[in-house]
Design a protein around this ligand. Sequence first.
Ligand code: UD1
Ligand code: CA
Length: 491
Amino acid sequence: MSTPAAVIVLAAGEGTRMKSATPKVLHRIGGRSLVGHALYAARQAEPQHLAVVVRHQRELVAAHVAECDPGAAIADQDEVKGTGRACECGLDALPADLTGTVLVTMGDVPLLSGETLAELTRHHEQTGAAVTVITAELPDPTGYGRILRDEAGDVVRIMEHKDALAEREAGGPWAHALDVAEINSGIYAFDAALLRRALREVGTDNAQGEKYLTDVLGIARRAGLRVTAHLIDDLWQTEGVNDRVQLARLGAELNRRVIEGHMRAGVTVVDPATTWVDADVSIGQDTVVRPGTQLLGATSVGSDVTVGPDTTLTDVEVGDGASVVRTQGELAVIGAGATVGPFAYLRPGTVLGVEGKIGGFVETKNATIGDHAKVPHLSYVGDATIGEHTNIGAASVFVNYDGVDKHHTTIGSHCRMGSDTMYVAPVTVGDGAGSGAGTVIRRDVPPGAMAINVAPQRNIEGWAVSKRPGTPQAEAAARATAPQTQEGPQA
Ligand code: UD1
Ligand code: CA
C-alpha cells in the first residue's frame, strides 16, 4: 500500500543554458549526476517500475542511467516536443495494463527526496484525486507554470508563464494568473489510466507549440475528477538546474544538508563551509573532520578518525581510529589506527595495514603495506608488498619501471631497511632482512641478511684548497685545518 506502480523520470530536454558538451542531467553535484539523484529518490519511493525518458544525447544519458540503476527502463522520446509527449513515451515503456499511481519527476531537480515522493503518494491516495501536483510558493515565480485553484482549493488547471502573459494581454478569465505565487514543481502523482487517456487528448495549441503535461490536469477536471495540490515548504526540493549558477547553488545546499546529517549523527565537522562530503560517503561516530577536507565518491570513514585539514579522499576506506592529515588519496584502504601524512599521496591500489604509517612526502601506488609497517619519510612505493612490522628508511624509492614494463617488489616482515635504499624491481627481500643506507638492491636479499653495495669511501685530503683556490669553500677549509696557536688574540 502507498507505493507507486511506477515512476517516470523526464530527462529528454536539451539544457542549452548549461552551455556544455555534456548533457545537463549528467552534470554532477554531491558525487552523483543530476539524473542519478532523481533515480535515487525514485527508487526510495519503491515503485514497481521505473522509466527514464531520454532524447538529447541519448546514448550518453542511456548508458549512464543503466550504470546508476540497471533496473530502470529507457524510454525514447520522438520528435514531438514537450513534457506531455515525454511522459507519453515513458508510459509506452511500461506495461500496457499498468494500473495504480504513476509518479512523474524531473531529471534536473536533484534535491527532491524519496521521502517527499512517498508523502506525495500517500497524499494522492488519501484524497482519492486523479492528479496530485507538488507545488511551492515562490517569492519570484517568473518562468514557472502557475497553479490556478477553485474556491474549494482544488486545482483547476496549470497555466505556463508564457500563456499567462498572453492571457493577461487578452484580458481572459485567468488574467490574474501571472500574480499567482504558487507554482508547479513539475512533480506529480497520476492515476495511470487517466494519464494514458488524457495524454491522447493533449494538443500543442499553446505559446510554445508543445505537448504540455500540465494540460492533463485541466482534462481531468473537465472529466469531473479531482485534482489536488501538495504544497511543500522546502523550496529547494522543487528547484531545477538550468545553468551552472544554479548547479553550484544547489550543490552547496546539498552539501550543507549532507554535512548537517553527519553532524546530527555524531561527526564533528570543524568548518562545514570548507568541507565537502558527497552524498554516498559514510562517516563513523566521533570522527573529526578538519577544515578544507573533501570526502568524495564511495569513501567510507570509520569512527574516532581524524581527517584533515586539507585532505581529499576519493573512494577511500579509512578504518576506525586512523589519522589522515593533509593527504590526497584515491581508491585506497587505510587500516584501523594507521597514520597518514602530512603531505601524503595515496594512489589507487594502496592498502595500508592496521597501525601502519605513511608519513610526510610519501607517494604510494598499488602497494600493500602490512600491519604496523612504516614508510615514514620522503619515499615512493609503487607496485610493492611490504610485510608487517617492517620499516622502510627515509628517501627510499621502489624502482618499479624499467622504461618498458612495471615490476613488483616484495619485502618480508620485520625488515629494517636503510635510508636511501633503491629497490630495483622485480626483487624480493626476505623476512628479517636489512639494508645499509644508500643501497641499490638489484638482487634478492635472503631472510635475515644485511644488503650493502655502496663502494668503500675514499677521502682526498686537501682537495678544496688545491682544486678550488680562492673560493669561500677553500677559505673555510683552510681555516678549519690551520694549526691552533697557543696565544690568545693580540692586544
Ligand atoms: C515545466 C512545467 C512548468 C513547471 C516547470 C517546473 C510543463 C509544460 N511545464 O516547465 O509548469 O513550473 O516545469 O520546473 O510541463 N523534458 C522532456 N522532454 C521534453 C521537454 C522537457 O523530457 O520534450 C524534460 C526536461 O528534460 C526536464 C523537464 O522535462 O527535466 C522539464 O522541462 P522544461 O523544458 O524545463 O519545462 P519548463 O518549461 O521549465
Ligand atoms: Ca525547467
